[in-house]
Design a protein around this ligand. Structure first.
Ligand SMILES: [Zn+2]
Length: 204
């Protein structure tokens, strides 16, 4: 494998890149406990995009897990493989809890949070670079985010379990546009209440 790019993504900001099929993207949680929200689109036809529903339904059909682990194949809304998790030091990643937004912040944490920065704003800004907008903002993956299910069925966001320097590797199974929001949330523990930088390494 040859490294073709190596980038630091500052705390709170978006990032995007197009991976060619066969390339691998490593996301490094440099300081630990940093949620990294991600969206995936077919680089040649963005109406084909990541689908948490198709991905989890396929995992369930194989007797698999509720979370995304090494070996997980992330499927599109056309049930085609987009990326595969080929290595992971964290153990599991969420794809149910969605991305934080100003609107959900007000419901969860109070109206005074209305003007805090959120992943949905990051995604909309980055989608605009590719001629996309709100209708293209679909289900996402939350790498390094710990979302346990309580006995009563509630999803909660708990302290992240990723260690400093922890990483996840994603191998592109098609030419895929990846959008990332380095989550700016400070009202729950998904970023340890302190958003931090991440590193993105792409290898061919
Ligand atoms: Zn967020």
């Amino acid at each position: 494998m040859t490294v073709i790019s190596d980038s630091i993504v500052a705390a709170r900001v978006p990032f995007s890149v197009t991976l060619q099929a066969g390339q691998t993207m490593r996301i490094v949680d440099l300081e630990s406990q940093q949620a990294v929200d991600a969206l995936f689109y077919n680089a040649h036809d963005t109406t084909e995009r990541y689908s948490a529903q198709d991905t989890l339904a396929a995992q369930a059909a194989r007797g698999g897990k509720f979370y995304l682990e090494t070996g997980a194949v992330l499927l599109s809304n056309e049930a085609r493989p987009m990326v595969t998790i080929t290595a992971d030091t964290c153990g599991f990643h969420d794809t149910n809890a969605g991305a934080c937004s100003c609107e959900s912040n007000t419901v969860r944490f109070g109206h005074e949070t209305r003007f805090m920065h959120a992943c949905r704003e990051n995604f909309l800004a980055e989608l605009g670079k590719y001629g996309m907008g709100k209708r293209d903002l679909v289900s996402n993956v939350n790498f390094f985010m710990n979302v346990p299910i309580r006995p009563n069925g509630e999803l909660t966001v708990d302290d992240g379990v990723s260690e400093p320097g922890g990483y996840v590797d994603l191998r592109a199974e098609m030419d895929v546009l990846v959008l990332i929001s380095n989550c700016p949330q400070v009202n729950n523990p998904c970023n340890g209440f302190k958003p931090t930088p991440i590193r993105i390494i792409i290898s061919d």
